[in-house]
Design a protein around this ligand. Structure first.
Ligand code: CA
Length: 495
């Protein structure tokens, strides 16, 4: 793919804000019914909102590896929580060669040290919400009495300030929030009393669906732990017994002297979960506000492309779930907002299908650096201009490997078009098919519906076509990648 000359005659700065587990349905600009995000909405209002941006393997470390390399999991060697090979070609390395000063701040979570960055300061593994430790190539620092989202914001601004005025920068601002264990800053304490609306599918009975939904262990009702729910252990419990108590999911909770079970307990768990999750989202929204303010105040706004995204989506009670991994919309969909003054039409939306392998090629084209052949994604720059090229993809390929992993979620392969989705849980050869236009909540599995036979067969052909085109030759076999079965692949640093 040919390089383009940067529109303003010089290479734009790139500020890439990448949060962890932030679902699009928890962003005002995406029509959130559960929270407000004024600063992200400002980014959308001044830029473009992608309606159809998807993770190709909806889980943290694999998504990050894909964003860096422009390749699917089967070719970048990181299908599960295994250590990323930083020796391979990445977008940041190419930007660095192209004259950019590159900085990586915050959540990295790839198990190996960053490569391709002139400056990096990252959380070990998942990192902590309070008093976080961050480390650099030469040492580490504990940020006492500080909150992780604020620390990452300040360090990102410091990095941008440190870059000589005549050099473009690529700043990767990686937020930990709103990842589990959802520990909000006390300044968002008012969330504790908010009542969050429930999604229509909170009590999904999984009728007509495959075993995968019934077998999973990421349900609000059965799997949120006392730790997740911020319950206080009895004082007499110590050590391992205390830990065990915290790691169990309670079947009964006493609130204000009342015993809650059954549907009352589900309602309470949902509120506890969403209150904390959304309060953590608010710290990310505040961060976006500070970063946008800095760009304006420093005169950098006009020549800086700002992108906001998250490594995958998240279930906020849809299908009774939390977490991600499944190919259903709340998990598959990544938020993607981009502002580029003078190029992107303010307040516009884009419905072309974008995927996370597109991110690295996009960074390259923005920088005027040729996109290497080996990257499997395509630059989104034409889509930023409001166009969708005639040969743009009409479908996307999905593959999730981490089975049983931490949540007993089945391995799956799937294809999504603008109107339909086919999912194959290959271990039991079970299938699901959804009409996303008539059934956006994905409640009705049409796989065995004779009326859907034609589209089912078309999608099966398309799935095999994509698999071949993308060179997914079952690199990890149809077997599980090493270490996935017991959920204890090589521990990432700090976990
Ligand atoms: Ca994540």
């Amino acid at each position: 793919m040919a390089a383009v000359l940067p529109v303003h005659g010089k290479q734009p700065n790139i500020l890439f804000i990448f949060s962890d587990d932030h679902a699009a349905q928890a962003i005002g600009a995406y029509g959130s019914k559960v929270n407000e995000t004024p600063h992200l909405d400002r980014l959308a209002k001044e830029g473009m909102r992608f309606e159809n941006c998807f993770a190709t393997n909806s889980i943290c470390t694999p998504s990050r590896a894909t964003v860096l390399t422009g390749k699917y999991s089967h070719l970048n060697g990181t299908p599960v929580f295994n250590r990323f090979n930083g020796g391979q070609l990445t977008g940041p390395k190419l930007l660095q060669k192209g004259g950019y000063r590159t900085g990586m701040i915050g959540k990295w979570h790839l198990g190996s040290d960053p490569t391709g960055f002139d400056y990096w300061e990252i959380l070990p593994g998942q990192g902590d919400y309070f008093n976080p430790v961050l480390y650099t190539a030469s040492g580490q620092k504990k940020y006492e009495s500080q909150y992780v989202s604020d620390v990452i914001t300040d360090l990102t601004i410091n990095f941008m300030k440190s870059v000589p005025k005549d050099q473009p920068f690529f700043a990767f601002c990686g937020h930990k929030a709103p990842h589990r264990p959802w520990e909000p800053h006390p300044r968002y304490a008012s969330w504790k009393t908010r009542k969050v609306p429930e999604p229509a599918s909170l009590r999904d009975d999984y009728a007509g669906r495959t075993d995968a939904l019934r077998e999973n262990e990421q349900t609000i009702v059965r799997d949120l732990t006392r730790r997740d729910l911020k319950l206080t252990p009895p004082a007499e419990l110590k050590g391992a017994a205390r830990n065990q108590w915290l790691n169990e999911s309670p079947e009964e909770v006493t609130v204000d002297g009342r015993s809650l079970t059954g549907d009352e307990l589900l309602k309470w768990k949902y509120q506890r979960y969403l209150q904390d999750y959304l309060a953590c989202v608010q710290s990310v929204d505040d961060s976006v506000g500070h970063l946008l303010d800095y760009l304006e105040q420093s005169g950098l706004k006009e020549n800086t492309v700002v992108i906001y995204s998250s490594d995958q989506g998240f279930f906020l009670g849809e299908h009774g779930l939390y977490d991600k991994r499944f190919m259903y919309e709340p998990s598959l969909r990544m938020p993607f907002l981009v502002r580029w003054p003078g190029v992107i039409k303010p307040g516009s939306t884009q419905t072309g299908i974008a995927i996370n392998p597109d991110f690295a090629p996009t960074f390259c084209e923005l920088a005027g650096v040729p996109v290497p052949e080996e990257m499997q994604g395509r630059s989104l720059v034409p889509l930023f201009r409001g166009e969708v090229p005639g040969d743009w993809r009409k479908s996307m390929y999905y593959r999730y490997y981490h089975d049983p992993g931490h949540h007993n979620t089945r391995a799956q392969i799937g294809v999504r078009t603008l109107t339909h989705k086919l999912i194959w849980y290959w271990k039991k050869d079970q299938w699901e098919l959804y009409d996303l236009v008539k059934d956006p909540e994905e409640m009705k599995n049409l796989y065995s519906d004779p009326a859907a036979a034609a589209v089912r067969e078309e999608l099966k052909v398309e799935l095999q076509r994509l698999k071949k085109e993308l060179r997914d030759e079952d690199q990890f076999a149809r077997e599980d990648p090493p270490g996935t079965v017991d959920g204890s692949v090589e521990r990432l640093r700090g976990n």
